[in-house]
Design a protein around this ligand. Structure first.
Ligand code: HEM
Length: 405
């Protein structure tokens, strides 16, 4: 007997390695694109599958992005005190704000991440990538690309963009592990936030008297209405979001390309299409991301796909389903570097669409092109299925990526 769509079914949880889109996501997309589910962390939500629902919901002001209490999540928290609301209510957290509270900060930051400004970073990003690859080349035998390449490159780029000394990387990498994982207690989250806030306070003092060409200097000198606490929050969000996502996506991209040599050959043989190829690789990878999605809360009763969503109910748009929907492109569950550009939703949609997407795209392009050009015979030192997967983290990826060449 099938369960009516307004009664919850359990969504599969976990963050294991997927080599094809989760069958339950595909079933929901085909059969029940709007249905009530219970997330692995126990929170109930309407789960919307499909490309059109994704775009409609994320652009609809009747749905809020505020997170006053625990939103539906793909992982079961080990400590009930630990959830993403611990630090979401910090002043300046525009990521979970609505309307003017969101736009006030977003407007300040937009120009820092515009295509032109980000493209100007190309030579420096290339230099950072080359230096790390030189270091890899000096070593023999299997090298773990996570500490040697995929983690340090985006960490160094975001640190320089903000103006935070790279020597402080351990603090923001640790903060990412704490804030985006589920093994830490609320106390540990506040402690790692506090450590970063102290480091940032020193940077703010230095840049107040001696401004440089970096984001922190720009904010301090061009945004007099921004409080110290707000700037601290913005910097922590950017430091964390700015390295963790790209680090993990680059590792996933390397492993999955090495698993599909015919696609890797297309990637390396067509450097003129590398930016477009990176977009297709990201679309494909997000299709393997399991039951994750973006959550919002209905501010009033709204009907979607014939179902009444009541004010106060959570709604989640599925990342996998939206990006493997045949409405987006044919045989969307496959990586196909011959397809043209498709308007995927890897970076979200609407007012909260990823602020750092131009940077993420550029970093990934330079990292992947340079790695495969430098090491044409590179291969995984272990089968992809044996790579340690970040089961306990919100952003999927590998803890280690040993390669040889
Ligand atoms: C592979 C890389 C990345 C992916 C897949 C990604 C994905 C996303 C997605 C899906 C959202 C929308 C969230 C929502 O609507 O609830 C988002 C927002 C955001 N991302 Fe990214 N991101 C990436 C890299 C970055 C980088 C490099 C930065 C910073 C430099 C960044 C900063 C942000 C910020 C600040 C927001 C919130 C924007 C807002 O609320 O206005 N992201 N990202």
């Amino acid at each position: 007997m099938t369960c009516p769509v307004h009664e919850s079914i359990d969504l599969p949880g976990g963050r294991g390695l997927l080599l094809e889109p989760m069958p339950e996501m595909i079933r929901l997309l085909r059969e029940e694109p709007v249905r009530k589910v219970r997330f692995p962390n126990g929170v109930e939500a309407w789960f919307l599958s499909g490309y059109e629902h994704f775009r409609a919901l994320l652009n609809d002001p009747r749905f809020s992005n505020r997170k006053e209490d625990t939103p539906p999540g793909p992982l079961r928290a080990t400590d009930p005190e630990t959830d993403s609301t611990t630090v979401t209510n910090m002043p300046g957290n525009f990521i979970t704000a609505d309307g003017d509270d969101h736009q006030r900060f977003r407007r300040m930051l937009t120009k820092e991440f515009m295509v032109k400004r980000i493209n100007a970073l190309r030579p420096r990003i290339q230099q950072i990538v080359d230096e790390h690859l030189d270091e890899v080349a000096r070593r023999s035998g299997p090298v773990d690309l996570v500490p040697a390449f995929t983690l340090p490159v985006p960490s160094m780029v975001i640190a320089e963009l903000l103006g935070v000394p790279y020597e402080q990387r351990t603090a923001f990498q640790d903060a990412a592990n704490t804030l985006l994982g589920l093994t830490a207690t609320a106390e540990e989250m506040f402690a790692s936030w506090g450590r970063l806030a102290e480091i940032l306070a020193v940077v703010f003092d230095a840049r107040t008297s001696d401004p440089q060409e970096d984001l922190i200097s720009h904010m301090l000198h061009e945004q007099p209405d921004l409080s110290h606490e707000e700037l601290t929050t913005i910097c922590i969000l950017l430091l964390v979001a700015g390295h963790e996502t790209t680090a993990n996506f680059s590792g996933l991209a390397i492993a999955h390309l090495l698993r599909q040599p015919e696609q890797l050959a297309k990637f390396t043989q067509h450097p003129e299409k590398s930016a477009q190829s990176v977009d297709e690789i990201m679309r494909y990878l997000i299709g393997l991301s399991g039951a994750g999605g973006l959550s919002r809360r209905a501010l009033e009763d709204v009907e979607i796909g014939g179902q009444l969503i009541r004010a106060g109910e959570w709604v989640v748009v599925g990342m996998t389903a939206a990006n493997v929907d045949p409405a987006l492109c044919p045989h969307a569950e496959q990586l196909d570097l011959d397809r043209g550009r498709v308007p995927h939703l890897v970076f979200g949609y609407g007012p909260h669409q990823c602020l750092g997407q131009n940077l993420a795209r550029l970093e990934l392009e330079i990292m992947l092109v340079s790695l495969f050009a430098r090491f044409p015979d590179i291969r995984l030192a272990e089968p992809i299925e044996d790579l340690p997967f970040r089961e306990e983290m919100i952003v999927p990826g590998f803890h280690a990526l040993p390669v040889t060449w």
